[in-house]
Write a protein that binds this ligand. Structure first.
Ligand code: CA2
Length: 144
């Protein structure tokens, strides 16, 4: 196993920091990547940060994380969280632990965000802390 943590981000998260800061905060995905890299260095971990608007890319990257011997995956599947049986199956198909991450707290938002397919197979969920959700999830990986 390597010390690499894949951080996979789903649809529209490339727009982070540009719209809806009252929900998702002012940090961009690059800001979050920089924060994670700083903390990862202290924890002796490496970050592989990716974003895609395409469900299949996220499935392929989950498989890749396992094939490359990643220590864990932090997954913010964005809207696919609430729709994707393909992502649920991919998480179940790999042995690499997956931690579900959300900036907002979907359980306090619209009812269609209350169900998470990702959460059915994730080792843990960290949500509602803004960009800090990613940092708390990374700290949980260091304890795996
Ligand atoms: O809170 C989260 O991290 C979410 O995964 C974000 C998703 C949402 O569908 C989930 O329910 C909760 C949406 C990401 C959209 O990102 C945007 C960023 C900037 C402007 C608009 C959307």
């Amino acid at each position: 196993m390597t010390n690499t943590v894949y951080v996979l981000n789903g649809p529209n998260l490339n727009l982070l920091g540009m719209r809806e800061p009252e929900i998702y905060g002012a940090d961009t995905l690059d800001d979050i990547a920089a924060m994670l890299e700083d903390r990862a260095r202290e924890l002796g971990l490496e970050i592989e940060m990716r974003q895609s608007n395409h469900e299949g890319h996220l499935v392929d990257w989950l498989h890749e994380a396992q094939a490359e011997g990643a220590k864990a995956v932090l997954l913010n599947a964005a809207a696919y969280t609430h729709t994707s049986i393909a992502l649920l199956d991919a998480i179940k198909a790999i042995r690499t632990p997956v931690i579900e991450v959300h900036l907002s707290d979907p359980s306090t938002r619209e009812p269609f965000r209350h169900h998470s397919y990702v959460g059915l197979a994730a080792a843990k969920t960290v949500q509602g802390l803004g960009a800090r959700s990613y940092l708390v999830a990374l700290e949980a990986v260091a304890e795996l």
